[in-house]
Design a protein around this ligand. Structure first.
Ligand code: FES
Length: 223
């Protein structure tokens, strides 16, 4: 579950529905001062500055995220992570903190970066309103797309794991694709998805990720 923000004056008030939400101090900091943003992306190829790029679109809102990586080939680490989006405040803040997490302390090992989940990003940010979780999935997916692009370009085909084949629950071997299919078949709650896939029953650690994926695909297919 995502931690709720402390009681403070809401940052956003929907004047039609009365809905409100609060952004954490860290979200505001990264939104107003985004780290590693690339305002002028390279045209016509990556030139020498980057080794790989990835792009994804959000099915929920149509926003697009692009990520460029420079790889430390000797140590199999991510040396640079630059990004650009026209997405919302939450997409900007979550990708900004993700870019810091991946490049701090000399860069993150690629295998570790592949294991990052949206809840790791949200945890580092303090909190994020529930309805904004899909925005954090955007940077996370674009990062994996860029890493896969690097694997293709450097002939490391055996290391490519497409998102749909990513194992979410190692005990039941449930993949992201299994969850997407369950949602498409009408299982739009955790209990309903568990009934079909048994995901998370013996491995509760994956439940927050499963909940985020259910929300993501619910928004994609059922708005
Ligand atoms: S990225 Fe589109 S609403 Fe957040």
């Amino acid at each position: 579950m995502i931690k709720k923000g402390k009681k403070k004056k809401p940052d956003v008030v929907n004047k039609y529905t009365g809905d409100t939400w609060v952004y954490s101090k860290e979200v505001a900091e990264h939104f107003f001062n985004p780290q590693n943003i690339l305002l002028n992306p390279p045209n016509g190829g990556l030139k020498n500055e980057f080794d790989a790029e990835g792009m994804v679109g959000s099915p929920a809102c149509g926003d697009v995220m692009r990520v460029w990586l420079k790889i430390d080939k000797k140590n199999d680490k991510i040396k640079k992570f630059k990004w650009r989006t026209f997405g919302c405040a939450s997409a900007i803040a979550t990708t900004s903190i993700l870019s810091v997490m991946v490049t701090e302390r000399g860069g993150m090992k690629i295998d570790k970066a592949l294991k990052l989940r949206p809840q790791d990003i949200v945890k580092r940010l303090g909190s994020l309103p529930d309805r904004k979780i899909h925005c954090s999935v955007l940077g996370d997916k674009a990062l994996r797309a860029a890493i896969n692009n690097w694997f293709k370009k450097s002939s490391q085909i055996d290391r490519i794991v497409e998102d749909e084949n990513r194992i979410i629950d190692p005990q039941t071997k449930t993949t992201e694709k299994d969850i997407e299919e369950a949602v498409l078949e009408g299982a739009t709650t955790l209990t309903a998805v568990q009934k079909r896939t048994k995901v998370g029953i013996g491995y509760s650690k994956c439940i927050p990720q499963v909940e985020e994926l259910i929300r993501f695909y619910r928004e994609k297919y059922f708005k």
